[in-house]
Design a protein around this ligand. Sequence first.
Ligand code: PEP
Length: 253
Amino acid sequence: MRTKYAAGNWKMNMSFEDGQILFSEVTNMVKDEVVNPNVKVVMGVPAPYLSSFSKLINTEKVSIAAQNCYPKASGAYTGEVSVPMLKSAGVEYVIIGHSERREYFNETDAFIAEKVDAILAEGLTPIFCCGETLGQREEGVHFDFVKGQLTNSLFHLDADALQKVVIAYEPIWAIGTGVTASSDQAQEMHKELRAHLASKYGAEVAENISILYGGSVKPGNAPELFSQPDIDGGLVGGASLDSRGFTDIAKSF
Ligand code: PEP
């Protein structure tokens, strides 16, 4: 049985004080209300809050994630944060390859592959984001494009390492737009991606990998999305800033 995830991505939102309240509310609600033992709740908070908020976690059902990392362990990289630093702050998951980082910070598949290696080397879990633009979908190249992102950033891994990665399919046209991919569109891509993993690593390995959907997931659409056979949860942006709604998403499996 694959692990199911409700993963939140706060992006660059929330003051320290408001974030502390939100984080505590979620961890308390999840502790009391999420009964499915196969569900993991992950909150991706701004880097300066990681060390402090990780101490608020009061249940194994909740983990904290960083929204980025730098692939070098240490050195003269002013302003960057390494994976060993994140680990020492209590971080277990690192979101990488988000479309906003690819677009605004020119992150390439090759650079993201370096981050994958750095995260796995420290025993943390990468949440690897991928997804196509609206133009690519309209041209009909979306399957090949997203499969290419997986090939370029993940396919250098051996099977054991690959199975430690969580994949998040996030069609760019659905992120922060209020437009959600239909459950059929999302399932179709997830099935394609799992088949792509199986083509290199075999069906058994592919079956073990959690593939999340991201793009305007809300409490109202989560149950239908998460009921699809190849959708193992959500990477949630806007709706993760509301403790009640995010916890409800985590209860949608
Ligand atoms: C995201 O940023 O990963 C995301 C999916 O955002 P939203 O849920 O707001 O569309």
